[in-house]
Design a protein around this ligand. Structure first.
Ligand SMILES: Cc1cc2nc3c(=O)[nH]c(=O)nc-3n(C[C@H](O)[C@H](O)[C@H](O)COP(=O)(O)OP(=O)(O)OC[C@H]3O[C@@H](n4cnc5c(N)ncnc54)[C@H](O)[C@@H]3O)c2cc1C
Length: 346
């Protein structure tokens, strides 16, 4: 079998790169071994504001301009709905917190997102002593639905193999590589935390950050906005909510832990004061990088090998833009954004 590209990993990164391949009518085959879960468990929130400091997220406006039509296009093609517009309500912790919000209103990159009028309504079950600030034009991608539907579609078209990609089976020929029965011009590695097993790229500085979430059922909580307090509380409908997330820099497994659950339950006491039951718990490893810029580019020696990783805590917004930049770099000679290029580590 002869293809233009092998893509290893079908999370948000792999999916975004494949969209470029489909648009350009390139041939490809995907390998996916279910070893990582980040894109399946993610909250999926897109929000251009860092709500701890009220500062803009790196390139957020530019990224959203690409990302929103990107998800719309997939929704149409796969006949699914994954993009849900939601207002984020930030529950202020103090008067100082409120003042910082007002100070941030004039930041050019935040205009249109931070609402100047505070919301001092009370919402049954929500603990908030200092009102809320609304962040507009934000929302959530149902990443589980997106990734699963995408994988199913590729499966129907026999474009994905659910198996581990074995790095030692790569044979380098002049301009291409051979991998088992496949001959490909390039291999694009989109493995998330799985990169740590990849002998060609594992030296790149990925600081994995495990995150855990709970799904709860709270019959007396009736909110249709995304509550940002000590934790995120994300409405799923019918009084179900996703609650998260933890940050753990030590545990490198994707297994839900008792420790993670206890931390979330403890923090949730400061966020809501109604009864709830825990329906499920999930975990994944965010592929984060010190400096918060992705890891994208071409292997310095084996130019057939490419990496697309390091999407960190904001894969939903970042993936479409960096995948497009990478594709245009490989196929059209466009410059790779210096900030994301792995050359910065050579
Ligand atoms: C708890 C939690 C909450 C989050 N919330 C948000 C949020 O609200 N908004 C947001 O934007 N981001 C969020 N994120 C971050 C987001 O999930 C990541 O940025 C993004 O999913 C990373 O995508 P990826 O494709 O690079 O990696 P992954 O999703 O890890 O995908 C990599 C894929 O490669 C496969 N793979 C790896 N090695 C191999 C191999 N050798 N052979 C075959 N297949 C292989 C894995 O099985 C996996 O499917 C969250 C993450 C977590 C854990």
């Amino acid at each position: 079998m002869k293809v233009d590209y092998i893509v290893v990993g079908l999370g948000l990164a792999g999916l975004a790169f494949i969209e470029e391949l489909i648009a350009a009518k390139k041939t490809f085959i995907v390998f996916e071994d279910d070893s990582q879960t980040s894109s399946l468990v993610a909250g999926g929130v897109y929000n251009p504001v860092i709500l701890k400091r009220f500062t803009p997220v790196w390139n957020a406006q530019e990224q959203l301009k690409v990302a929103l039509p990107f998800y719309k296009k997939i929704e149409k093609r796969l006949n699914i709905i994954v993009d849900e517009k939601l207002v984020i309500k930030k529950a202020f912790k103090s008067i100082e917190d409120q003042n910082n919000w007002f100070d941030a209103l004039d930041k050019p990159k935040l205009i249109g997102y931070l609402d100047p009028k505070l919301d001092s309504q009370t919402y049954k079950g929500v603990i908030a002593d200092f009102s809320f600030g609304n962040v507009n034009k934000t929302g959530r991608i149902d990443t589980k639905k997106l990734v699963e539907s995408y994988r199913n579609n590729l499966k129907e078209r026999e474009l994905i193999r659910f198996e581990n990609f074995e790095y030692q089976q790569i044979n380098f020929e002049n301009e291409f590589i051979k991998y088992k029965d496949v001959e490909a011009s390039r291999v694009v590695f989109c493995e998330g935390f799985g990169i740590t097993d990849n002998p060609y790229f594992k030296h790149l500085p990925l600081n994995e950050a495990k995150g855990e979430l709970l799904t709860i059922h709270a019959p007396e909580l009736n909110i249709n906005f995304l509550l940002k307090s000590t934790l995120f509380v994300l409405p799923l409908g019918n009084n179900y909510y996703k609650v998260g997330a933890t940050f753990n820099w030590v545990d490198k497994t994707s297994n839900p832990s008792e420790e993670g659950k206890e931390e979330l339950v403890e923090k949730l006491k400061k966020v809501i004061n109604v009864d709830y039951t825990i329906v499920s718990q999930s975990a994944g490893i965010r592929p984060t990088v010190a400096g918060r810029r992705p890891l994208v580019g071409v292997h310095p020696k084996h130019t057939q090998l490419i990496v697309l990783n390091g999407l960190g805590t904001r894969g939903v917004m970042i993936a479409p833009t960096v995948a497009r930049n990478l594709f245009n770099h490989l196929e059209k000679g466009e410059k790779l954004d210096k900030e994301i290029d792995i050359k910065r580590f050579y």
